[in-house]
Design a binder for this molecule. Structure first.
Ligand code: MSP
Length: 508
């Protein structure tokens, strides 16, 4: 089984902020989950370099004559940010790379051979903020309503893509594949758009000095979205490594922000249909993050650097927060206050406290624990712990199947509170002296529960999971095992315990 997932490729006119990190982090969680299942995962991210926005930023820095140098500098910043956040992408695609340019030229030619490219006049508006042609009726007081800036007025002779040829096939595909667009709330938006507004689109620019030249017509460069979408193919070998491409395409998931759903669910599948390439299985549109209730923007100066946030309570805490605080698919807010609250209540006092409590009590029973007669383990079933774990796995896997990692995480936290309640009910500390056997049995169950929790949290908080495996001394024993085995009750015996530092120390 392979699993190929992608993030959008980001514009590099600035450094990454928490909104970009959100999409990349969720993708990383999905990638880690599928790896845990033993799947052959390819996780692609990268940058969209041939955008006017980038060129404008280069010019502002006085680097207008050294654009490639500017892009290289920005590429390092983006790559380093993901590295510092521990993102496990398989590759990083840049649209100025020759492998990408080769693939784009090949793709263009296929669409051309299909008869879907023609030359025509484009007269109208173009918003650099959106990198999109804009209808006059969408302007508000002559300005782009999103970017509040005046669009460029264009009169050019361009190449057009016959998108309309694919309107019916697209609608048919969306109808027959209810999972193609997620969440479902976005489906109607896309259907209406395709039905009412999906027209042939200009796919080249005459006056742009930066970009990928149109094959056989170097006077024109390819429209940045047409070029950018193809990254999903060129990132896995299209045009330069057929074997790799066949191994991973079609994509299992394109994760994107809600503002670019139309490009991914209308233009992109139409392009693929024209080129005779199978469509991705699913496009999921996530919501937007605000900061303290406000839109994140350069002018407000409120964009948050994910690296700064990760410094406060660590990377795992940031990953946890983003998934727990924001219903996936909806919008959410980031505030330092909420972040600290969740850290204390869910991490320090939640999973952190649960693990340290169990390990501290288990240490007292350690010598007998190691020799526990399997016949004594009947408590697992009576207490319902094993059953609860089984149900958690079921909810968890179903949630991931629906691309709802947030719900998977919620199920894990429910299991942790179940574990806390189990401790309160059994009060092992009260029987430690008089009934050693029962005490040992309870601890034996609780330790396995901690192991189960550690596997469940792995995709979300890999560093924390690793710390727990070390404390339980099972890191080596679990190597090379995947979910199907790991989730079995007592799949890996816990032999000794080495309590480490608190997983999430209380902040001062
Ligand atoms: N370059 C295009 C995408 C081309 S994909 C073939 C683009 N780039 S972008 O830099 O504007 O980034 C887009 C993505 O960043 C969004 O779709 C979303 O995933 C993420 N986000 C940017 N701002 C965000 C928030 N404020 N909140 C959440 N995600 C945000 O569009």
């Amino acid at each position: 089984m392979k699993y190929y997932l992608t993030t959008p490729i980001y514009y590099v006119n600035d450094k990454p902020h928490i909104g970009h990190a959100y999409c990349t982090i969720v993708s990383d969680i999905l990638a880690q989950y599928h790896r845990l299942r033993g799947e052959d995962v390819f996780f692609l991210t990268g940058i969209d370099e041939n955008s006017l926005k980038n060129i404008e930023s280069a010019e502002k820095l006085g680097m207008g004559d050294r654009i490639q140098e500017y892009l290289d500098m920005q590429a390092s910043i983006w790559q380093e940010t993901w590295d510092s956040l521990g993102i496990t992408n398989s590759d990083f695609i840049r649209t100025t790379e020759s492998r990408h340019k080769k693939g784009v030229a090949k793709f263009w030619k296929r669409v051309e051979q299909q008869g879907d490219i023609y030359k025509g006049e484009y007269e109208g508006f173009y918003c650099i903020g959106c990198e999109e042609f804009i209808r006059p009726t969408d302007l508000v007081d002559g300005l782009c309503p999103i970017h509040k800036r005046e669009p460029q007025k264009l009169l050019e002779r361009n190449y057009f893509f016959s998108a309309q040829n694919y309107r019916e096939r697209l609608l048919d595909h969306i109808e027959k594949n209810p999972d193609f667009i997620q969440p479902v709330s976005r489906r109607n938006e896309v259907i209406n758009y395709i039905r009412d507004h999906f027209e042939d689109i200009s796919i080249s620019r005459q006056t742009m000095k930066w970009g990928i030249p149109v094959p056989d017509d170097p006077e024109q460069v390819i429209y940045v979205w047409f070029d950018a979408l193809i990254n999903y193919l060129t990132g896995i070998g299209y045009g330069w490594d057929d074997e790799l491409f066949v191994r991973y395409w079609p994509a299992d998931l394109h994760l994107v922000g809600k503002e670019i759903i139309k490009f991914h669910c209308a233009l992109w599948p139409a392009m693929l249909m024209s080129a005779g390439i199978p469509l991705p299985a699913r496009v999921f549109a996530h919501g937007f993050l605000t900061i303290d209730g406000q839109k994140m923007s350069k002018s407000l100066g409120n964009a948050i650097d994910p690296l700064e946030i990760a410094k406060v309570h660590g990377i795992d805490a940031l990953r946890y927060f983003l998934l727990r605080e924001v219903p996936f698919g909806g919008d959410g807010d980031f505030s330092n206050e909420r972040f600290s609250q969740r850290y204390e209540s869910d991490l320090s006092k939640g999973v952190g406290n649960f693990v340290s409590r169990v390990l501290a009590m288990a240490e007292k029973a350690e010598s007998s624990l190691l020799k526990l007669d399997p016949g004594l383990r009947r408590d697992d079933k009576e207490s319902g712990v094993q059953e609860r774990v089984r149900e958690t796995w079921q909810e968890y896997e179903e949630a991931f199947d629906r691309t709802r990692p947030d719900e998977a995480l919620e199920a894990v936290w429910y299991l942790i509170s179940f574990g806390d309640k189990y401790i309160e009910e059994k009060k092992p500390w009260a029987i430690h002296k008089e009934d050693k056997e029962e005490y040992t049995r309870i601890m034996d169950t609780l330790l396995e529960l901690v192991r189960q929790v550690s596997i469940l949290i792995y995709p979300f908080m890999p560093e924390t999971a690793l710390k727990i495996w070390r404390q339980l001394n099972i890191e080596d024993a679990q190597k090379g095992l995947y979910v199907a085995k790991l989730k079995e009750w007592r799949a890996v015996p816990i032999a000794t315990i080495e309590r480490g530092e608190a997983l999430f120390p209380q902040s001062k």
